[in-house]
Design a protein around this ligand. Structure first.
Ligand code: NAP
Length: 332
């Protein structure tokens, strides 16, 4: 049974019709509002998170290419407008957020599969809801599923001021780890401290790697969650403890390392891809997040906000901007 009809027949949506620079993100106002079938949910979007991967895909440099025209955006928050005939978990009017969409989130409406839709608690705004999806699910996968981090271990979040970094700091702190975080601006460093880091370091400062070594009294850190491995991986191998793990979350190119650096301490380099998360992984992760939202430790930090029509500006800023201060979002 579908519940209700969509309010509008046409919507504004950003569309990419050819790969290229930010200017290929074109706002169109004559896109038909999609209709949900079977397990699909139609959501009227209030806000949508902007993720760096959407810039790589838009540029055409990413290995996985969508068919064109393509509307970016996985992480929306909004209100259920209509549901497909097999959907029982949601109804028209529910406040929700997503960890994936079918038709794209840089738009006024999107379709999502019901297993990637979650009720948004009343104590979180739509903007905060749009900052949960990719960043928090990636942070949890990196820290708990891949690094298998345990309470009392030390984690260094290398690039802690952005979407994934803040999420990782909050989760790691809640799970009992000692948390070190890096950022490149004073504002970013303060934000990282306010969101769970016991100690922060500036990754733009010469000699910061030695400061981290000194801070850990030569023992090193058990886990590194790495946002820019093409710059940092070689140093990371120096910073790990015996049996340490570096988790590759972000990478924008190649880097030379000496594999010997992994031998004496028997350390591991482990990649993470959120796209590999199974339905069971998502169920477990969401359960942990509801506990976090109830307890209050899961509190997304919204940074720069852009209206939908400035999506191209947002794509320029997320790569070239002066420094992250939480999650970048678009508002509708
Ligand atoms: P974001 O919000 O744009 O944040 C980028 C972060 O990288 C900021 O904390 C930034 O710090 C930091 N950074 C900049 N220069 C750095 C350096 N030299 N060393 C360490 N960190 C540095 O991006 P995000 O959403 O958190 O995503 C982070 C990365 O993970 C991106 O490359 C993204 O594509 C990737 N990612 C991968 C997966 C996956 O499944 N593997 C999923 C989600 C994201 P300042 O701005 O303070 O300098």
């Amino acid at each position: 049974m579908t519940s209700g009809r969509s309010a509008a027949s046409f919507m504004r949506a950003v569309r990419v019709s050819e790969f290229g620079g930010p200017a290929v993100l074109k706002l169109q106002s004559d896109i038909p509002v999609p209709k949900p079938s079977e397990n699909q949910v139609l959501i009227r979007i209030h806000a949508c998170g902007v993720n760096p991967v959407e810039t790589y895909i838009r540029s055409g440099s990413y290995p996985r290419k969508p068919s064109l025209p393509w509307t970016p955006g996985n992480d929306v928050a909004g209100v259920v407008e209509q549901v497909g005939q097999c959907v029982t978990k949601f109804k028209k009017g529910d406040r929700v957020f997503t960890s994936g969409t079918i038709t794209g989130g840089y738009a006024e409406y999107t379709l999502a599969s019901d297993d990637t839709v979650y009720l948004l608690p009343d104590n979180l705004s739509y903007k905060e809801g749009s900052a949960i999806g990719t960043p928090y699910f990636t942070a949890y996968r990196a820290l708990l599923h891949k690094a298998r981090a345990k309470a009392a271990e030390t984690v260094m979040v290398h690039g802690a001021s952005g979407g994934v970094g803040i999420a990782t700091c909050q989760i790691a702190r809640a799970y009992g780890l000692k948390v070190l975080g890096t950022a490149g601006t004073q504002e970013g460093l303060s934000l990282v401290r306010e969101n769970g880091a016991h100690k922060t370091f500036n990754h733009r400062e010469t000699g910061y790697v030695d400061k981290i070594k000194d801070y850990t009294v030569g023992r090193g850190v058990n886990v590194i969650i790495e946002m820019l491995s093409n710059v940092n991986l070689s140093n990371d191998l120096q910073l790990l403890s015996n049996g340490g793990r570096v988790i590759i979350v972000g990478c924008r190119g190649p880097i030379e390392i000496n594999p010997r650096d992994t031998m004496a301490k028997e350390t591991s380099i482990i990649g993470v891809a959120l796209t590999n998360a199974t339905k069971e992984d998502r169920l477990e992760t969401a359960a942990a997040f509801y506990a976090g939202m109830e307890a209050g430790w899961l509190k997304p930090v919204v940074g720069s906000e852009y209206p939908l029509e400035e999506a191209a500006q947002a794509h320029t800023e997320i790569i070239e901007g002066p420094g992250a201060v939480g999650k970048m979002i678009l508002t509708m």
